[in-house]
Design a protein around this ligand. Structure first.
Ligand SMILES: [Zn+2]
Ligand SMILES: [Zn+2]
Length: 269
């Protein structure tokens, strides 16, 4: 059993679907031998409300202060970083930059969950009804990684959660598109535990499986020799104690993936 001692993907109750205090996440991580963690709550966008999915922008100062105070309080035991998990929407370009320059964020990870239109999120890429939506998902990731703002791609295989076509020619092409841009921009891809912890085994497009990670995707990731990182995607402090990440290490071994456990943060140039 390999031991995980870093995780850059952790949420807080501000998103509306996570549990526990910020401090409990840090304490559980320390108890279970973690040396580095990062808070990457679902990004708050100015003027945008998406209750149950992400916190409102008014919570930004509270989030920052909480993470920075925990960083200081526990610095002898663990390194705590400040981040967000964010979709990429070009209309918020200045805002992403300001998180680094004005608000002291260490990093962003790309979790490209939704289409954005005028303050609303009409399409969820994890419930794609046709191929054009997963192609849009892939194109969004390409645009995002070209900005250089994102230190890694969270659950790149998220689209396999609900795509009605299953592992068809379109899904395979989407995997190639994502892995190719990851390689070109030297951006790691995340093997994410959220599909195991959150949903468990499901019937999806004729298969009975975890929604993600999706094996076919990682076989293609190997072809591009991308870097891979493990993320718990913690929505409760206990997920730091679960010791159930062997399923992800098994994928690393099965496809001989290049695993990293410390992240080099990307910043706007
Ligand atoms: Zn979440
Ligand atoms: Zn997440």
């Amino acid at each position: 059993m390999k031991k995980l001692d870093s995780c850059y993907h952790s949420h807080t109750t501000r998103c509306g679907h996570a549990y526990g205090t910020d401090e409990q996440y840090v304490q559980r991580a320390i108890q279970h031998g973690f040396k580095v963690i990062g808070f990457s709550d679902h990004i708050f966008f100015p003027g945008v409300h998406q209750p149950g999915m992400r916190g409102d922008f008014s919570l930004l100062e509270d989030y920052k202060q909480s993470v920075l105070s925990l960083q200081e309080k526990y610095r002898k035991d663990i390194t705590v970083h400040l981040g967000f998990e964010a979709e990429y929407y070009p209309e918020f370009d200045a805002y992403y930059r300001s998180l680094f320059t004005d608000h002291g964020f260490d990093y962003l990870i790309l979790g490209h969950h939704f289409r954005y239109e005028n303050g609303r999120f009409p399409i969820y890429y994890a419930a794609a009804k046709n191929a054009s939506f997963i192609e849009e998902y892939a194109n969004g990731i390409v645009a995002a990684l070209k900005t250089g703002y994102f230190s890694y791609v969270a659950h790149p295989d998220l689209y396999m959660l609900g795509y009605v076509g299953g592992w068809d020619v379109h899904a395979i092409q989407v995997a190639h598109t994502i892995c190719k841009i990851a390689k070109e921009t030297n951006t790691p891809l995340e093997l994410n535990l959220g599909g195991v912890n959150g949903r468990g085994l499901m019937h999806i497009a004729g298969e009975y499986r975890f929604p993600y990670p999706y094996d076919g995707f990682w076989a293609i990731a190997k072809q591009y020799d991308v870097q891979v990182i493990i993320g718990i995607d913690a929505h409760a402090p206990e997920q730091y104690a679960a010791n159930n990440w062997q399923i992800l290490y098994d994928i690393v071994d099965r496809y001989q993936l290049t695993l990293i456990d410390r992240l080099t943060f990307k910043k706007p140039r």
